[in-house]
Design a protein around this ligand. Structure first.
Ligand code: URA
Length: 194
């Protein structure tokens, strides 16, 4: 398998889709490359595009606090997105852009090999559950087993900033994620819901 530094270098040079044209930085992802838990968001925004780090803007600050609330640091997990370059005007990434970036996401997933993947929002949920009709309002709070990994759809932190009523369900989701994390770390089984 390609080494982690080689994968990062190849990502930094990627011009596989039109998003490469407007970017300042490729946002590869950050955290522990051997994490038990990976989080996948939508796409880099302005702050991420300028810094090269995922989730560093307002939504990122909230994500960091949610993780802290369940006793996790950003350095304990691996955080990335469905695409590594900022879409213009923060529009959602197009299906063909997601497809272009997909081999990188798969390569990160294969290298980190997380047992748990938290899907932040509808875009990541549709992409990784491979269901374009997946409804985040219905799916959040559930766990899905796919190819040996557990997937946990939940609301995107930016949605929480717009609608504080989503905070309670997300808190419930992360409490459960933390319980499962502890079980898996202890070598115990976690049963999927679907
Ligand atoms: N920042 C990211 O890195 N991803 C998002 O989905 C939103 C903000």
């Amino acid at each position: 398998m390609e080494s982690w530094p080689d994968l990062i270098q190849r990502a930094q040079r990627c011009v596989a889709c039109r998003l490469a044209e407007g970017r300042h930085r490729v946002v590869f992802g950050a955290g522990d490359p051997k994490a038990l838990l990976m989080l996948v968001g939508e796409a880099p925004g302005q702050d991420e595009d300028l810094s090269g780090e995922p989730f560093v803007g307002r939504a990122g600050e909230l994500l960091t606090n949610i993780l802290k609330a369940v006793g996790l640091n950003r350095a304990d997990v691996f955080i990335t997105n469905t695409v590594m370059c900022r879409p213009p005007k923060n529009r959602p990434p197009e299906p063909d852009e997601q497809l272009s970036c997909r081999p990188f996401l798969e390569a990160k997933m294969a290298a980190v090999d997380p047992k748990m993947v938290v899907l932040l929002g509808a875009v990541a949920t549709k992409a990784l559950l491979e269901d374009p009709h997946a409804a985040i309002t219905r799916l959040r709070g559930s766990r899905h087993l796919r190819r040996g990994r557990l997937y946990y759809p939940t609301y995107h932190p930016a949605a929480l900033l717009r609608d504080p009523e989503k905070k309670r369900p997300v808190w419930e989701d992360f409490k459960r994620i933390r319980r499962d994390y502890d079980r898996l770390q202890a070598g115990l089984e976690v049963e999927p819901d679907a």
